[in-house]
Design a protein around this ligand. Structure first.
Ligand code: ZN
Length: 341
């Protein structure tokens, strides 16, 4: 399609196209070589649905395009500065047959999505073990949120990952551990153990709650409702006595270091991603609320970290809250909200 650097940009719908991706800027799930010429095809509805489910599970904005293509399994890569995920339809079908579950394919897609949502650049010699472990942890977290068992969340790695690892990919044992850490975080956040968030049952309307006073005391009932509202991630009204919502402003200091924060914040079940510093957002449930923040903090030459934090804040109408963070280990930060003016 290209002649002396001039390319035909308009392609007929549904046709394949040669993708000008750089192999060295790509993560392949098991670390395999990628073909010199990668052709992209329109993605299947099934893959699109899987990606929507994964992205919805954390309430983040999709910042990438997904295509089917002749790659070994799935890759996260850049194409002309755009974030792209290419997956092999053939591999996904065979993986589902081999493992007998959809979760292995979901685990691979969630891992690749994790690279993009965590703003991994995948530059300079491809991926690196710390980035891979962060993406594995993200994948475990997502599958945990979606109701997979730990075994299901680890099925993609158990199916094929190298026991010894490579220069780009960590050994299998480390990857399994990273998935377990992420999965456990999701279970802790949901406030219960076991597989009670099985997607086959979570689509059913939940039965009416018994009056908390009739149960083991009012406090316990309140706590359960909070946990429910939190784990459902959608319902803003439960778990807050007034049921009212308000607007707040969230800011951070760090502009002088050129920081930007591609993060997702969940306050009492209301999700948002700040689009810049001193960001005002409405429809936040008022009163005492639990919050979760996750994503990346990027401060230019000062480096970046994968950030995660949770806590409680008292949401007052129109108040300002500060995002504060702290390095906990190389590439990782804890992050939280503080009330202020
Ligand atoms: Zn990866």
């Amino acid at each position: 399609m290209c002649f002396l650097g001039m390319c035909l940009l308009v392609l007929p719908a549904m046709s394949q196209e040669l993708l000008p991706i750089k192999k060295e800027n790509s993560c392949s799930y098991y670390g395999e070589e990628i073909a010199d010429d990668v052709y992209g095809f329109a993605s299947s509805n099934e893959a699109e649905d899987a990606v929507s489910e994964i992205v919805d599970a954390v309430g983040l904005q999709k910042n990438f395009v997904i295509k089917a293509g002749n790659v070994p399994n799935a890759v996260a890569t850049m194409q002309n500065g755009k974030r792209l995920i290419i997956y092999s339809q053939d591999f996904m079908v065979k993986l589902k047959q081999k493992t007998g579950t959809k979760w292995a394919a979901y685990g691979i897609l969630a891992h690749e999505i994790g690279h993009h949502l965590n703003a991994h650049t995948l530059e300079d010699g491809g991926s690196k073990p710390p980035l891979e472990l962060a993406a594995d942890q993200f994948s475990g977290f997502i599958l945990g949120k979606m109701g997979a068992t730990l075994e299901q969340a680890q099925s993609a790695i158990n199916a094929k990952a190298s026991a010894r690892g490579s220069s780009t990919h960590p050994p299998r044992s480390a990857r399994l551990e990273a998935v377990a850490v992420g999965w456990n975080k999701a279970r802790e956040q949901a406030g219960h153990s076991g597989n009670s968030m099985d997607p086959t049952s979570s689509t059913q309307p939940s039965p009416p709650k018994p009056d908390p006073v009739d149960q083991a005391g009012e406090k316990l009932g309140e706590l359960e409702e909070l946990i429910d509202a939190y784990s459902s991630g959608k319902d803003n009204s439960r778990g807050n006595t007034s049921g009212s919502t308000t607007f707040i402003t969230v800011g951070y200091s760090g502009d002088q270091y050129g920081c930007y924060l591609p993060i997702s914040i969940n306050i009492g079940g209301a999700y948002f991603s700040p689009e810049g510093n001193k960001y005002t957002v409405s429809n936040i449930p008022a009163g005492q609320q639990q919050y979760v923040i996750q994503g990346t903090i990027s401060c230019g030459i000062y480096g970046s970290c994968t950030a995660y934090g949770e806590g409680t804040i008292y949401v007052q109408p129109g108040a300002t809250y500060w995002i504060v963070w702290q390095n906990t280990s190389v590439g990782y930060c804890s992050i939280g909200l503080q009330s202020g003016n």
